[in-house]
Ligand binder design. Structure first.
Ligand code: PEP
Ligand code: MN
Length: 339
């Protein structure tokens, strides 16, 4: 919105209108009693670059639209987005999606065993990384394609849809052949080329919030995927960097109701990576369900002490069924049942 000064002449208003129209934005002139305002509907960055503040008769330029467009509930959607993933309804007001599995695929036996526990416990989908983003380049980076084949076998055995991370555009075809949901990791939330590739794969995407990303940035990242015509994007709050170091990251539970207000996309919480400590995973999961999350993604392992990756935050398979019941009871408080 360009607000003109009370002294602005008609010619000055016209000059601003013309300048805006040149850039292809939609222009609406709104004459007022004291001042004239000019609405510019389009790319706010493009409008900002015009330097309109320097033009005669312009008082100020006020951004009024949200920076995210497609992810916003304001413009296109007044109802939450609901989509079907292998028969599970994600994003519906009355369902709760529980995604569980190991941090990474270590072996066939390990993954199939966890998958059976997830299935028996009532989990909705199986998670597991075949390509892992590791802080150290010397750490285990995942099994790659053989890992994806193990996940596909786990789906065959259990019927659970597979959620797995797309780390690099060069792995896109392999991921598309094996996965049901493409995970974009926190470290890649702003890898815009990767987001566009993920958007084109024709699979639902689980987009994790960057370690130090604002919710505005998360929704703009979601726009990159949505603009490729992919409507099935799930957002994931997985903890952010704060001054607090007692937990691995700080789980921003306030993000959940905020996102539910501002976007039509489902919101999933990852208590495992946020906490970094399995003892906190169950209470945080309860809280996530109670605050209105559409689901949870959680790490489970049959021998967490010897897990190749993220062992301290992995819950033991032995407690999984009880955990699911506990979380489901909290989701039920909001009228949700497990998808
Ligand atoms: C993961 O889910 O295993 C993972 C690496 O998560 P994040 O990208 O949130 O760190
Ligand atoms: Mn992990």
């Amino acid at each position: 919105m360009i607000v003109m000064t009370p002294q602005a002449s008609e010619a000055e208003v016209e000059a601003v209108r013309e300048r805006l129209a040149e850039t292809g934005v939609h222009v609406v002139v709104i004459p007022g009693e004291l001042t004239t305002a000019i609405g510019a509907i389009g790319d706010p960055e493009g409008v900002r670059e015009l330097g309109l503040e320097g033009m005669g008769g312009v008082d100020r330029v006020v951004p009024i639209s949200r920076p995210y467009k497609l992810a916003s509930s304001e413009l296109t959607h007044d109802e939450p987005s609901v989509f079907d993933i292998g028969g599970r309804r994600v994003g519906a007001k009355d369902t709760f999606t529980l995604i569980a599995g190991p941090c990474t695929v270590e072996s066939r036996e390990q993954t199939l065993e966890v998958a059976e526990v997830v299935k028996a416990g009532g989990g909705s989908m199986l998670r597991g990384g075949a390509y892992k983003p590791r802080t150290s380049p010397f750490a285990f980076k995942g099994l790659g394609v053989p890992g994806l084949e193990i996940l596909a076998e786990a789906r065959e055995a259990t019927g659970l849809p597979i959620v797995t991370e797309l780390l690099d555009t060069q792995h896109a075809d392999a991921i598309a052949r094996h996965a049901d949901v493409v995970q974009i990791g926190a470290r890649n939330m702003q890898n815009y080329a990767l987001l566009e590739v993920a958007g084109k794969l024709g699979l639902p995407v689980l987009l994790k919030r960057g370690l130090s990303s604002s919710l505005d940035e998360l929704l703009q990242a979601a726009d990159y995927i949505l603009k490729e015509g992919n409507e099935a994007v799930m957002l994931c709050e997985r903890g952010i960097r704060t001054f607090e170091t007692a937990t691995r990251f700080t789980l921003d539970l306030g993000a959940v109701p905020w996102l539910k207000l501002h976007t039509h996309l489902p919101v999933i919480v990852d208590p495992s990576h946020a906490a970094g400590d399995r003892r906190l995973v169950e209470p945080l999961s309860r809280a996530a369900a109670a605050v209105g999350a559409d689901g949870i993604i959680v790490e489970v392992h049959q021998d967490p002490e010897h897990a190749v990756c993220d062992g301290p935050q992995a819950m033991n398979t032995s407690g999984f069924a009880q955990y699911v019941q506990d979380v489901a009871a909290h989701a039920a408080l909001l009228g949700r049942t497990l998808a």
